[in-house]
Design a protein around this ligand. Structure first.
Ligand code: ADP
Ligand code: ZN
Length: 721
């Protein structure tokens, strides 16, 4: 009797036992199709001794419907899935789902019908249709994918198909990928680069777990250096995963990869069409995809023969997933490296305190690149004290900064103004009665987006047309925008420098790889003088003629003051400053602040990052905060306010008395309402030595709450909202 224990892709179900199809061995890791009541569901065979389930007699077992003709998930990945579920208190099937991230990859079809624009513009052109055609450009995909990209309904796309403006195409989807060539175009490394590369190459050859911190200043050539390790892994015929923050996965990176290895890597990110996702998944699972460059979700894919993992921009907060399984990709990457017995390189110019600490105590090996490539110098950073050098009323750029931009324009060089706020103004206020426009679903102000004539909520996406009069007091012409977003800064720049070519770079203007490529092309061609952008422009770009960076509001990141506010502020400003002067011309950075003596600003100006980090680290140590202690957030939410508060109170009241652990709250979350749900938070603070997950599992496992209540646990939280 061939009994198979199966994990099904349903978070509400525990493992179930089935009978193997007649005459077949089903080894652990095999992907199977199982009957479940009248339905069928995908699952993965697992070692029975690792997962408990109810005893079911042999005679009651149902046979599996099929075993897919795909390579089984290997043991290290199975252990990673178990570890992730355990550590982040998530249902195992939710983690498993990330490994089987393409449902369509499992079946055998080799072609798929996609749609694309024909270039024909129909006579009847509604605004919706016009928007669809404009946004689709040369995109191709399923009806649903095109509708999403164009922000219209499926019906609009289907209407355009009928009208002949969009056509169907049959696409073959399993074409093999070209193979990157490790010797296509190796760079001449400088001495420090060479030494660093040699360490990595050796580690790849040794094929043992070896976590590295590659700590190199912006422009030091970290990418070129870890590319040498990628090349070695290629020579050994093994697979490599390079993890990047989603928004860094753009044309410039792929282009550099192409220049070094002769072809593009296999990319994995949320923007893939279903057909691309399927093709990539199958190539990864078969081992044919040798280098995968992906966002955090690529970490759980079933590489059969991983030889190296690189996490670039490893300090990026976006590696923390904030919904579903709330894992940190940097930390899970290290765990995968440990289970696969391979090196893991964490690269950053501004490593997280957690990572630096691991290097400090010798768990990670630190490799440094202390200076920029080709003798380029790091930019000078100057603080502009807004209390001494204020902009005129209703303006945001200090006279000093304006003079510097002007001089830079005259010198024919490019400037970048950084403000991490999309839209025109973060708040709209009635001058007459004081009414403020708030999102009906969230504890958040409606942000004015003047380019698209809308007020929008950045949390839930709620939109409204800009009002003409105050809904409260009915006064006309009384509404005023309060505070700046990038659109408002761009207006100010255009008024000051009408002849300069100014561009806004945010996720609202650069929404596709094609748009990003166009931006890069225009920057490189010198068609742009001034960029006004959000954090989207702080990542990875290398523009040699960009020599001036202005940080419009350096105090912004310090507001709210959570555990990592100062560190994050420092990283963000250091990264954006790192865009300046990367070529032959030196760069200058001006940081506008109301408090130049704040430790973050002082450290940036003096260039003394070490003492800033040391002070931050000390205060974390004294307060037993991460990485010296542990935190877990418990978030309770419900549409019904009373249900949310009562459940949160119940959780608080039943908190176990455990040595080395304290529970704070419940209290209303700073984002007290999100997408129409009321939110309460508790915070668990524990010593490092305590298995806090075990305590929480036990504690919450004994409690019951109404069906409409959601309780989620955020282990090692990054957001405290
Ligand atoms: P980082 O990631 O450390 O900020 P990059 O890897 O982006 O730095 O390197 C900065 C620039 O210098 C890039 O344009 C890169 O191609 C170039 N560069 C770095 N090292 C070399 C090298 N050894 N040979 C040629 N170009 C290099
Ligand atoms: Zn909202």
């Amino acid at each position: 009797m061939n009994r198979v224990r199966v994990l099904l892709l349903n978070a509400a179900l525990g493992p179930l036992d089935y009978r193997a199809p007649a005459g077949r061995e089903v080894e652990p890791g095999s992907i199977v199709l199982a009957p479940l009541g009248p339905r069928q569901m995908t699952g993965v065979a697992w070692e029975p001794e690792r997962l408990e389930t109810e005893e079911v007699g042999d005679n009651r077992l149902r046979p599996l419907l099929a075993v897919y003709d795909l390579p089984p998930l290997k043991a290290p990945l199975r252990r990673l899935i178990e570890w992730t579920a355990d550590y982040y208190l998530a249902p195992i099937p939710s983690v498993l789902r990330m490994a089987l991230a393409s449902a369509s990859a499992l079946d055998g079809a080799r072609t798929i019908t996609e749609y694309r624009a024909t270039g024909f513009v129909p006579e009847r052109l509604t605004p919706q249709r016009a928007q669809a055609l404009e946004r689709i450009e040369d995109r191709q995909g399923l009806v649903r994918e095109l509708a999403l990209a164009a922000d219209v309904s499926d019906g609009v796309i289907r209407g355009l198909v009928k009208a002949g403006a969009i056509e169907a195409v049959e696409v073959s989807i399993d074409d093999p990928y070209p193979r990157p060539d490790p010797d296509h175009h190796p760079p001449h490394l400088e001495a420090a680069q060479k030494a660093a590369a040699r360490e990595f190459v050796l580690a790849v050859q040794q094929a043992e777990f070896a976590p590295f911190l590659l700590d190199g200043v912006t422009g030091s050539g970290k990418t070129e250096v870890y590319f040498e390790a990628v090349a070695e892994s290629l020579r050994m015929g093994r697979q490599t995963l390079v993890l990047l923050p989603e928004i860094a996965l753009t044309e410039p990176f792929l282009k550099r990869f192409r220049a070094r290895f002769g072809c593009e890597p296999v990319a994995w990110h949320s923007g893939l069409r279903q057909s691309q996702r399927r093709r990539a998944w199958r190539a990864i699972a078969s081992g044919e995809a040798k280098v995968v460059v992906g966002a955090r979700s690529s970490l759980f894919l079933p590489y059969p023969d991983l030889g190296l993992i690189v996490v670039d921009e490893a300090h990026e907060p976006s590696f923390k997933q904030e919904d579903g399984v709330q894992y940190h990709a940097r930390d899970v990457a290290v765990m995968r490296g440990k289970l696969e017995k391979i090196p893991v390189i964490l690269a950053s110019a501004t490593p997280a305190i957690e990572t630096r600490q691991m290097a400090e105590i010798g768990v990670y090996r630190e490799v440094k690149l202390p200076s920029r490539y080709a003798g380029a110098t790091l930019p000078d950073i100057t603080a502009i004290d807004l209390t001494q050098d204020p902009p005129p009323r209703g303006h945001w750029l200090a006279p000093t900064l304006v003079r510097e931009i002007e001089a830079n324009l005259e010198a024919g060089q490019q400037s970048l103004l950084f403000l991490n706020r999309r839209g025109y103004a973060p708040l709209t206020l009635c001058r007459h009665c004081g009414h403020r426009f708030q999102c009906p679903n969230c504890t958040a102000w409606m942000v004015e987006h003047r380019l698209v004539h809308r007020l929008a909520c950045h949390h839930c996406g709620h939109m409204m047309p800009p009002p003409h009069k105050c809904p409260e007091c009915e006064e006309e012409g009384s509404l005023v925008p309060v505070g700046p977003g990038v659109e408002r800064i761009a207006d100010e720049v255009r008024a000051l420098f009408p002849d300069a070519r100014t561009i806004i770079v945010t996720s609202d203007t650069i929404w596709s790889p094609a748009k990003a490529a166009e931006f890069v092309g225009r920057m490189e061609a010198g068609d742009i003088d001034i960029v006004v952008g959000t954090q989207l422009v702080t990542k990875g770009y290398h523009f040699p003629n960009l020599t001036l960076v202005g940080v419009v509001d350096a105090d912004l990141g310090l507001q709210g003051g959570d555990l990592r506010a100062a560190e994050r502020s420092f990283q963000q400003i250091a990264q954006v400053a790192g865009r300046a002067g990367r070529g032959e011309k030196p760069g200058r950075v001006f940081v506008q602040t109301h408090d130049p003596s704040a430790p973050v600003i002082a450290a940036l100006v003096s260039g003394d990052a070490e003492s800033f980090y040391a002070a931050e680290t000390d205060s974390r140590r004294e307060a037993a905060m991460p990485p010296f202690g542990r935190l877990a957030g418990i978030i309770v939410s419900a549409e019904d306010l009373a249900e949310a508060t009562e459940t949160a109170r119940l959780i608080g009241k039943t908190a176990p008395q455990v040595e080395n652990m304290a529970v704070f709250g419940p209290a209303p979350a700073p984002l007290a309402m999100l997408r129409g749900r009321h939110r309460q938070r508790l915070l668990v603070h524990a010593a490092r030595s305590l298995d806090v997950q075990d305590v929480i599992r036990d504690w919450l496992g004994k409690l019951d709450w109404p069906r409409g209540v959601r309780v989620s646990v955020d282990v090692d939280p990054y957001s405290f909202l």
